[in-house]
Design a protein around this ligand. Structure first.
Ligand SMILES: Nc1ncnc2c1ncn2[C@@H]1O[C@H](COP(=O)(O)OP(=O)(O)O)[C@@H](O)[C@H]1O
Ligand SMILES: O=C(O)[C@@H](O)C(=O)COP(=O)(O)O
Length: 434
């Protein structure tokens, strides 16, 4: 390791792959040299990275609670051994979880392990339309439970009151810091009052970036924070101002390690998100490039035959032309498939197929840029491709950067959170300058 590089400062644990890239991108935008690694890391590998921040991308959002807790604790141990001084648990800005978890149980176990009595829960990400007011989460001005998230295939969100949602997932007591506390710079004193009342987990309001900046400035004392990536855009500056983080030369330095060596080949979009935004993005792109909807019934009946059909399609697309394959569907179609075959069975079949398709695209069809839509989908694909780490480049839209794999033959990856990006996002991601 280069002894002139400051030691690792921040260790993040993200509960899905696109969410990890989202926070990594916001940290890079805020001037931190950030590397994203996939799966529970090895401390020695982390120490060799020369980064200010490491984001560990897990696939722990929709799995069994005990497994999610276990892999999060193992990741924490690795980050601690690598010398991290601050820790962040990143979950979705739409608080994606089931009544059993996994946000509450994972946060609780990380707090217990770190010996931390209290922390904040700040999913707000105003740049992407996620705001929290009086503890209620809004998505582009709609209450969470009316925003389309109530139709999520794996973790439908049916309650916008986050104090209530989180309280159902944890044995610790949950409270609220509202926007008045932020405006009056009363976060620390309000947290102390809440602590005196035995409140360990504090949902925080934030309606705009000014609120997030204030919140970051007033929580620098916390060793462990949790939230979406909105606050991560402001924490590095707050840490620097309070003397905790060594100042970096300038913002671009955080992008300096991004080589752009990967962007020399064909682009393909694999889309498994069924969010409203991704449905619109698929609709926009499908008449503009070669595209194919996964035949999900055929896939469930015979994966091998379905993949053989896909291979025919791939061979028919002229060399080097971009293409898109998607399972993205509207809520009625998702419900119909889930009722007929079972939620987990459908999700597993699609994720496995997406992983295999990605491997075919890269190994046999000259694809060097993969655009993946959906956190679970991206998790399955990156696992199948054996990707260990990525460097983060410039943003294509808030929370979705261009990235490239840290490997002998780098691959360009765009890992898009299901609900991020405008209708033309895929087209931009395919075309973005190299
Ligand atoms: N047509 C479909 N019907 C049912 N489930 C689907 C369909 N298409 C994709 N899925 C599954 O829904 C889940 C979507 O999750 P994810 O990829 O994380 O997207 P998002 O980012 O929108 O949450 C995945 O497990 C995926 O396999
Ligand atoms: O915070 C967010 O909204 C995203 O970073 C995120 O976690 C998205 O997850 P997916 O919607 O599953 O892609």
């Amino acid at each position: 390791m280069d002894s002139s590089h400051p030691p690792l400062f921040l260790g993040c644990i993200a509960d899905d792959v696109t969410g990890a890239t989202d926070i990594a991108s916001n940290l890079v935008q805020a001037g931190m040299r950030t590397v994203q690694v996939f799966g529970v890391p090895n401390p020695a590998d982390l120490m060799a990275l020369q980064a200010d921040a490491v984001v560990v991308a897990l696939k722990s959002r929709s799995i069994d609670r005990d497994a999610a807790v276990s892999m999060s604790l193992q990741s924490l141990a690795a980050l601690q051994q690598a010398g991290a001084q601050r820790f962040f648990f990143k979950y979705c800005s739409t608080f994606d979880s089931t009544p059993a978890g996994n946000i509450g149980p994972v946060a609780e176990s990380l707090m217990n392990e770190l010996g931390v009595a209290q922390t904040i829960f700040c999913p707000a990400f105003p740049a992407n339309g996620r705001t929290v007011y009086q503890g209620h989460l809004f998505v582009n001005g709609q209450l969470l439970n009316e925003s389309g998230m109530h139709n999520h295939p794996l973790n439908p969100m049916t309650d916008a009151n986050l104090v209530r949602v989180l309280q159902r997932q944890t044995t610790k007591s949950v409270g609220l810091i509202d926007w008045n506390d932020l405006r009056a710079a009363k976060v620390r004193s309000s947290m102390q009052s809440l602590a005196d009342d035995g409140i360990a987990m504090v949902i925080t309001d934030a309606c705009d970036d000014d609120h997030l900046q204030r919140l970051a400035q007033q929580t620098t004392q916390l060793e462990f924070l949790t939230g979406g990536s909105g606050i991560a855009r402001w924490l590095p500056q707050a840490w620097r101002e309070s003397g905790l983080l060594t100042a970096v030369d300038s913002e671009p330095s955080a992008l300096a390690a991004f080589d752009r060596v990967a962007d020399r080949g064909r682009a393909a979009v694999l889309s498994g998100s069924c969010s409203p935004a991704t449905n619109r993005q698929v609709h926009y792109l499908k008449s503009r490039c070669a595209s194919l909807a996964l035949d999900i019934e055929r896939l469930l009946a015979s994966p091998e035959n379905a993949l053989a059909d896909m291979e025919h399609f791939l061979r028919a697309v002229p060399d080097r032309e971009p293409l898109m394959i998607y399972s993205t569907s509207d809520p009625e179609r998702v419900a119909q498939l889930q009722q007929a075959f079972g939620t987990a069975v459908v999700a597993e079949a699609i994720e496995t197929a997406m992983g295999r398709l990605a491997k075919q695209l890269v190994d046999d069809h000259g694809v060097r840029r993969l655009v993946l839509a959906g956190g679970e989908t991206a998790g399955a694909v990156t696992r199948k491709l054996g990707i260990h780490a990525i460097r983060v480049g410039p943003e294509i839209c808030p929370g979705v950067p261009l990235t490239e794999t840290v490997s002998a033959e780098p691959l360009s990856l765009v890992l898009k959170s299901g609900n991020f990006g405008d209708d033309q996002f895929f087209e931009k991601a395919i075309q973005v300058a190299t």
